[in-house]
Write a protein of this length. Structure first.
Length: 116
């Protein structure tokens, strides 16, 4: 079974930056597609950005395009989400998801708060 642990969240002012990490253990990380989700209070969980297991192809929600960058380092079994130009509406709990052959694994989430 794959275990995921997110880190890097915190309180940041509007316009600031954070880098989230998703550290994996248990199985070969390389095979998994990774997606970052977020859930704000009172809202449904939404996909933010994903990166494939094969060629590193990435995709982004329109709301974060040009501001967020997803990456992965398979040698370190870790995925990242670099978040720049943060806005108050980016405030949410951010979750890392790993998917392979229909199986989903989730981390516990990390809180990101954007406020002055």
């Amino acid at each position: 079974q794959l275990q995921l642990v997110e880190s890097g969240g915190g309180l940041v002012q509007p316009g600031g930056s954070l880098r989230l990490s998703c550290a994996a253990s248990g199985y070969t990380f390389d095979y998994y597609a990774i997606t970052w989700f977020r859930q704000a209070p009172g809202k449904e969980r939404e996909g933010v950005s994903g990166i494939s297991s094969s060629d590193g192809t990435s995709n982004y929600a329109d709301s974060v395009k040009g501001r967020f960058t997803i990456s992965r380092d398979n040698a370190k079994n870790t995925a990242y989400l670099q978040m720049n130009s943060l806005k108050p509406e980016d405030t949410a709990v951010y979750y890392c998801n790993a998917r392979l052959a229909g199986y989903d694994y989730w981390g516990q989430g990390t809180q990101v708060t954007v406020s002055s």
